[in-house]
Ligand binder design. Structure first.
Ligand code: GAR
Length: 208
């Protein structure tokens, strides 16, 4: 069991590139976010996020969902890792896996996700492709609290991004990432400061 240091500990759960993880690390390093990433967990061995964490000297774990007989047992391992680091808040950063109440309940209100669309439009794993295929003229970024449904919980922050004529997946991804990397630390700061008030599924950020 790690000793608490007063600075809130974070767990970041990833499946892919880890650019949002990098943005969170940068925000903690520069003091824009008073927190420390204590542990990074990936459900994919080849996730670049694990390499980023290791380079930054942060404990990184690949937890293979296929190694466990049930989703609940897989999530129990995630919970144990978070408990060992006394994690205050958990950030899903491109973690492409639905979490059950086993993990969601203990971290209710402290479990965040970032999504590259203005939810409830274009949920799921292909939001950028879907927005382009739909012919949307605007899309954006959403940071929200996580519940048991896909890209669904109370919205904390959203920001609009315009889709230009001739936009490609690559060019739109670049625009969205720029916004994501700024918005995620901002939303997390509000959660860690206890500035989120929930009325049903409506989140109000006090003093934001
Ligand atoms: C991000 O764009 C994030 O919004 C998206 O995965 C990407 C991960 O990129 N998440 C979802 O689509 C959730 N439904 P990263 O690994 O470079 O941070």
């Amino acid at each position: 069991m790690r000793r608490p240091t007063g600075v809130p500990a974070l767990a970041v759960l990833c499946s892919g590139q880890g650019t949002n993880l990098q943005a969170l690390l940068e925000a903690t390093r520069t003091g824009r976010l008073r927190a420390r990433v204590a542990v990074v967990i990936s459900d994919r061995a080849a996730s670049n996020a694990l390499a980023r964490a290791t380079r930054a000297g942060i404990e990184a774990h690949f937890v293979d969902p296929k190694a466990y007989p049930s989703r609940g047992e897989f999530e129990q391992v995630l919970l144990t890792l978070c408990a060992a680091h006394r994690v205050r808040a958990v950030c899903l950063a491109g973690f492409m896996r639905l979490l059950s109440p086993v993990f969601v309940r203990p971290y209710a209100g402290r479990l965040l996700n970032i999504h590259p669309a203005l939810l409830p439009a274009f949920p799921g794993a292909h939001a950028i492709r879907d927005a382009l295929a739909w012919g949307a003229k605007v899309t954006g970024v959403t940071v929200h609290l996580v519940d048991e449904e896909v890209d669904h919980g109370p919205i904390l922050l959203q920001e609009l991004v315009r889709i230009a004529p001739g936009e490609t997946e690559a060019s739109l991804l670049k625009k969205l990432h720029r916004v994501e990397h700024r918005l995620y630390p901002q939303a997390l700061r509000q959660v860690l400061a206890g500035r989120v008030r929930l009325t049903g599924r409506v989140a109000r950020l006090t003093g934001a």
